[in-house]
Design a protein around this ligand. Structure first.
Ligand code: PNW
Length: 477
């Protein structure tokens, strides 16, 4: 029978800048996303996270909502600049920031909900970006991140599930190559063929890996024995299929795309080196691990955190890739050679549901990395045109309900039949929220948030579908 292990934890996920608001409250310092949103033209609807879902002021309401939906766990992120407003290891700690999150964790536990904390979900303290280039600084950034992590491990000892970074691929590529995310560096900055965007993302990715490794070592050396918890990183990536399955070059390209998106980070963590396909294309633009860095990075995952949304077809390209190529010399398509479509359109140009892809990628990752313990830390969908519908229509989100049903069943099959060692699942997202460069026009929530009327929350139909779904799949002891 298709089933999930009896210790399986499921719940919903959010991120600080997307839901908290209250950007000036209790001594919070600005992050690179505050600065980015204030730059005209960066956010589709000109909005920002200034108010968002006002979750900073509504912790009790959000916890009641989680309880009401049957959520066993909650994944959320901390705002680094609430805890250390300027971010650095010699900067003052803001006790009000720690107290806020410590109380939130206490209240979640009181409600029977297991907290999963992400230390950094993209909102780097702005001061660090201005002081030394933020994520670009190979020496300062990992040290400051380690210090911040230590402050948090010490200040919030009741949390036992830790994630260092959310999606380093997005921080690196969207922040330092396409420029669609903060801090918005783009290839426009470089006049030469081998300019900023052809180097910066690989430097940022490297520094995030080392910072992750440092925080994990700090946790294992000084906190794990007492705290008893576990720590890992969250990586995003799509399932891929060759555009022409009979063309070995497309088959290779489909594999290479996953290597450029996921193995970029996972290979150093599990094997201590970057994938050969990346070394071959990027050469010395990919930083080399020093022995010290390698010691921090290799073996630094207690679990694999997987964010997953979609699949695509991959077609190889011939010839030399441009210097700022980050995909692996290939193109991404939603139709294959036969004209089959990967899945229906959503509000997000990059996202089309394809549940079989979820199972296939779970298997791909498990085989490559030795069947590690996994948590699915994000999975969910937007719906085409959802934001233009009246509220009563939005609440009948059968498209999202079916997405969750299909994807969760695909995961349960991978667990039952393929040996995938998955122990948790988080639906993205608990609430409609600030969807980064798309502002509030794209809704990912299982709960409708009425931004015009005091951020009032209305659970959609999908919100209540997850509890019975998991109830039917999780083995009883
Ligand atoms: C994830 N892409 O981001 C993030 O972790 C969330 O904060 C976000 O709200 C959610 O997915 C929905 O977008 C991604 O362009 C953003 O491929 C963009 C992409 C992938 C993930």
């Amino acid at each position: 029978m298709v089933a999930l292990p009896s210790d399986f934890k499921w719940g919903f996920a959010t991120a600080s800048y997307q839901v908290e608001g209250a950007v000036d409250k209790d001594g919070r310092g600005p992050s690179i996303w505050d600065t980015f949103c204030a730059t005209p033209g960066k956010i589709a609807d000109g909005s920002s996270g200034v108010t968002a879902c006002d979750s900073y002021n509504r912790t009790a309401e959000d916890i009641a909502l989680l309880k009401d939906l049957g959520s066993k766990a909650y994944r959320f992120s901390l705002s680094w600049s609430r805890i250390i407003p300027k971010g650095g290891r010699n900067d003052p700690v803001n006790q009000a920031g720690i107290d806020h999150y410590r109380k939130f964790v206490d209240d979640l536990l009181e409600a029977g909900i297991t907290p999963f904390i992400t230390l950094l979900h993209w909102d780097v303290p702005d001061e660090l970006d201005r002081r030394y280039g933020g994520l670009l600084n190979r020496i300062e950034f990992p040290l400051d991140f380690e210090n911040y992590a230590r402050v948090v491990f010490k200040g919030i000892p009741r949390c036992k599930n830790w994630i260092t970074f959310n999606e380093p691929w997005c921080s690196s590529i969207l922040g330092y190559s396409t420029g669609s995310f903060a801090p918005g560096h783009t290839s426009d900055r470089s006049k030469s063929a081998v300019g900023a965007s052809s180097r910066e993302p690989w430097i940022v990715g490297h520094n995030l890996l080392v910072a992750h490794g440092r925080a994990v070592k700090a946790y294992r050396d000084d906190f794990k024995a007492e705290n008893g918890g576990e720590i890992g990183i969250v990586l995003n990536g799509d399932a891929t299929y060759p555009w022409d399955p009979k063309d070995p070059k497309d088959v290779e390209a489909a594999n290479r795309k996953i290597e450029f998106a996921i193995s970029w980070f996972a290979d150093p963590i599990y094997f201590g080196k970057y994938p050969d396909s990346m070394l071959a294309q990027l050469g010395d633009r990919l930083p080399t691990f020093t022995e010290e860095e390698k010691a921090f990075v290799q073996g630094s995952n207690d679990f694999y955190g997987m964010n997953h949304y979609t699949a695509n077809y991959v077609r190889h390209l011939d010839g030399e890739p441009p210097a700022d190529d980050f995909l692996g010399n290939l193109e991404i398509l939603f139709e294959n050679k036969r004209g089959d479509n990967i899945g229906p359109e959503t509000q997000s140009t990059w996202l089309r549901p394809c549940p079989t892809g979820f199972r296939d990628l779970l298997v791909w990752l498990s085989r490559r990395y030795g069947f590690p313990k996994m948590y699915v830390t994000e999975n969910g969908t937007s719906i085409k045109g959802e934001n233009d519908m009246p509220r009563e229509e939005i609440l009948k989100d059968d498209f999202r309900l079916k997405y969750y049903d299909d994807y969760v069943n695909a995961m349960a099959q991978a667990s039952t039949f393929d040996g995938v060692d998955v122990h948790g699942y988080f639906a993205w997202s608990l609430l409609d929220n600030f969807e980064w460069a798309e502002g509030y026009e794209t809704r990912f929530g299982v709960t409708f948030v009425d931004y015009e009327n005091g951020q009032k929350r209305y659970p959609k139909k999908s919100a209540r579908s997850l509890a019975p779904l998991f109830e039917s799949l999780i083995k009883k002891n």
